[in-house]
Design a protein around this ligand. Structure first.
Ligand code: ADP
Length: 630
């Protein structure tokens, strides 16, 4: 038994406890995992929207190029260049100021439009950009190119410095041939910081937002470059206008002037490459044009709000009206890029508590599941051990049963053999003694028959083959006949046997032989277990109550059933009085059979302790006229 418990503990209980512990440990990361999942999802949304905005701007830039070609195609290009501000403003609502620059020589740029006397707008534009567009001084710009063959690769994004180096190296030759001048930020192959990277790094600006999702970065990554996430990946470079446009056909460039973003498109005329047309865009109108672009997926529309944040983290476009949030602390954010430098597309959780709630619910559900599983394993284990215990006890009882039955068969057989030999050898002359011996032989034979009947009936019942011959009968008659059959034997053994009945008849519907067997078993037990006062009383009565029934009580003055065994004595093979210690023989089947027979009749056999000393076994059977349970 101990071995079984040990195997069970090692093979089932311990592994399940270890698994449960591991599962509980993994539960602690639930919130982190959920937030990580959500942040990846949202990050994908903001990345896509940022790309969308860049694509939109690229498309407007192309449209601008087409408009320029259109205007120039209609008239003389130089004439168009002089009138370009007016013409482009009436052609495109996005444009604030249109400009044109004529290139000559290697470094000269002449602004042909707007002229300083064209109005206050033009004047302000020329004050801000005149020197830069005239190629007189370099400026800090963010820009991109189409068809660029210039030495300076404009995109200095993220950590992709190797591509910068590669591109620059590849393009050094044509740039030098064209004689363009490099400023301090332009990589040159013969100084220590050959690519001017120190200069570029120093211009990396801190992001104005601090996305919460950074908190959920894997530990290792956080440790690797802790500052990287807080630095803008869009870095400006110092460049002159000629150098910036190189041999490109069109482009977009952004400048921060008095902390305000100014965005420009430019286009080189196909028919006259020395003519550059450009436009400074109206940012408000441009932003308005982006409203339809800035919408999250329909799946996430109710969960997140996306906003376009300017370089000061102020929302300029919001996907949900009246939404309020700590704009500098979005859930995730993506920089839009050089098209709108330091502008970001940010996502905010509409209900930030929902994620925590969801994590709590998941944790709770999983905890309950784990607890239930552990409990189920525990209960299952306990049931297995209990059942194993029961089976072992039963196996022990069966072994005892075999030895008990053998013993009980042997005792009457010895008496029968001894007395029959005495009589056969005519060694007993006294007729009274002869009669007494014959009575003993008869009684022992009856005992043998009873025992064998019990064993046979028990095995029939176990196999479900026991058949009853039900008929109408009177219980008092059955009891009286059985008592009278048994009386000579009991009186011979010195017993006083009394039978009383409080009613004249107790009509029942029963198998009379089976009921007689029950009475015999109970009287036989009363005889066996009466150690002191040899007095047995049998009482028949009608028991009234909600369900009236016939009742027969067999009362003795023996030691009674030991406490705690009152119900167990009805189990098969169970013996409260052990053969060895009590010297009383038995098979442990008498009461089992008695109860099974009574129950098959819709009644029962019950033990009732008596006051003082002795036992009382009561057989109860339904009366014939009463509704009988099947
Ligand atoms: P057995 O053959 O051992 O008598 P039973 O099924 O008839 O088997 O009885 C089961 C146990 O109940 C007995 O071993 C005994 O301990 C207890 N028992 C039965 N009848 C009596 C009684 N009249 N007085 C005391 N104990 C009894």
């Amino acid at each position: 038994m101990k071995k079984v418990a040990l195997v069970f503990a090692l093979a089932v209980l311990l592994p399940s406890l270890v698994l449960a512990w591991l599962a509980v440990r993994s539960l602690r990361d639930q919130q982190f995992l959920l937030e990580r999942q959500q942040s990846l999802l949202c990050q994908r949304v903001t990345d896509a929207l940022a790309q969308n905005i860049s694509d939109h701007l690229a498309q407007w830039q192309q449209e601008f190029g087409a408009q320029v070609e259109n205007l120039a195609g209609e008239k003389d290009a130089r004439e168009v260049a002089a009138q370009f501000d007016n013409q482009i403003r009436s052609a495109s609502p996005l444009v604030d100021v249109g400009f044109s620059v004529t290139l000559s020589g290697l470094t000269t740029c002449t602004i042909t439009c707007p002229l300083p006397n064209a109005g206050p707008e033009a004047q302000r534009f020329l004050v801000d950009n005149g020197s830069f567009l005239g190629n007189e001084e370099s400026a800090e710009v963010y820009w991109n190119f189409n068809n660029s063959k210039t030495a300076l690769q404009s995109k200095v994004r993220g950590n992709d410095y190797s591509s910068l180096a590669q591109n620059t190296a590849n393009n050094t030759q044509p740039q030098q041939q064209s004689g363009q001048k490099l400023d301090s930020s332009v990589p040159s192959s013969n100084n220590g910081d050959s690519w001017g990277l120190n200069n570029i790094f120093s211009k990396a600006k801190a992001r104005s937002v601090n996305p919460q999702s950074q908190n959920y970065q894997p530990q290792a990554k956080q440790a690797a470059d802790p500052q990287d996430a807080n630095l803008s990946k869009v870095i400006p470079a110092e460049a002159e206008f000629r150098q910036l446009i190189g041999d490109g056909t069109d482009g977009m460039l952004g400048r921060y002037l008095q902390n305000k973003l100014k965005l420009m498109f430019w286009h080189r005329l196909d028919s006259d490459p020395n003519l550059i047309f450009g436009a400074q865009l109206n940012l408000n109108r441009l932003v308005n044009g982006l409203r339809d672009v800035v919408l999250p997926d329909s799946v996430l529309r109710d969960e997140i709000c996306v906003a376009v944040l300017d370089d000061n983290a102020r929302p300029v476009v919001i996907s949900r009206t009246n939404f309020q949030a700590a704009w500098k602390r979005p859930f995730v954010a993506t920089e839009i890029g050089e098209a709108l430098p330091h502008w970001e597309i940010a996502a905010y959780l509409v209900n930030p508590a929902r994620l925590t709630q969801l994590a709590h619910t998941t944790t709770l559900t999983l905890s309950l599941l784990i607890a239930t599983l552990v409990l189920a394993i525990g209960i299952g284990g306990w049931l297995i051990v209990t059942d194993l215990n029961r089976q072992l006890a039963l196996a022990r009882q069966k072994t005892d049963f075999v030895s008990n039955v053998s013993h009980e068969l042997k005792t009457p057989l010895t008496s029968i053999r001894m007395f029959s030999e005495l009589l056969a050898e005519q060694r007993v002359a006294d007729p009274a003694k002869q009669t007494s011996y014959l009575q003993i032989i008869t009684a022992e034979t009856a005992r043998l028959t009873r025992l064998i009947n019990n064993v046979l009936d028990f095995s029939r019942m176990e196999r479900g083959e026991k058949k009853y011959n039900f008929r109408d009968a009177d219980l008092i008659n059955i009891v009286r006949e059985t008592v009278e059959t048994y009386r000579p034997h009991l009186e011979n053994c010195g017993f006083e046997l009394g039978f009383t009945s409080s009613v004249g008849a107790l009509p029942i519907h029963a198998d009379t032989d089976a009921i007689a067997q029950v009475i015999v078993n109970l009287i036989s037990n009363a005889e066996k277990y009466s150690d002191g006062e040899k007095k047995i009383l049998i009482e028949a009565s009608r028991r009234d109550g909600p369900l009236p029934c016939a009742e027969v009580k067999i009362l003795d003055h023996g030691p009674g059933v030991p406490r705690g065994s009152e119900e167990k004595i009805f189990e098969k093979f169970y013996r409260a009085h052990d053969c060895l210690s009590s010297g009383i023989q038995g098979s442990g089947l008498g009461l089992t059979l008695a109860r099974q027979i009574a129950r098959a009749h819709g009644g029962d056999v019950a033990y009732e302790p008596r006051e003082g000393r002795g036992s009382c076994f009561a057989l109860r059977l339904p009366l014939r006229n009463d509704p009988t349970p099947s």
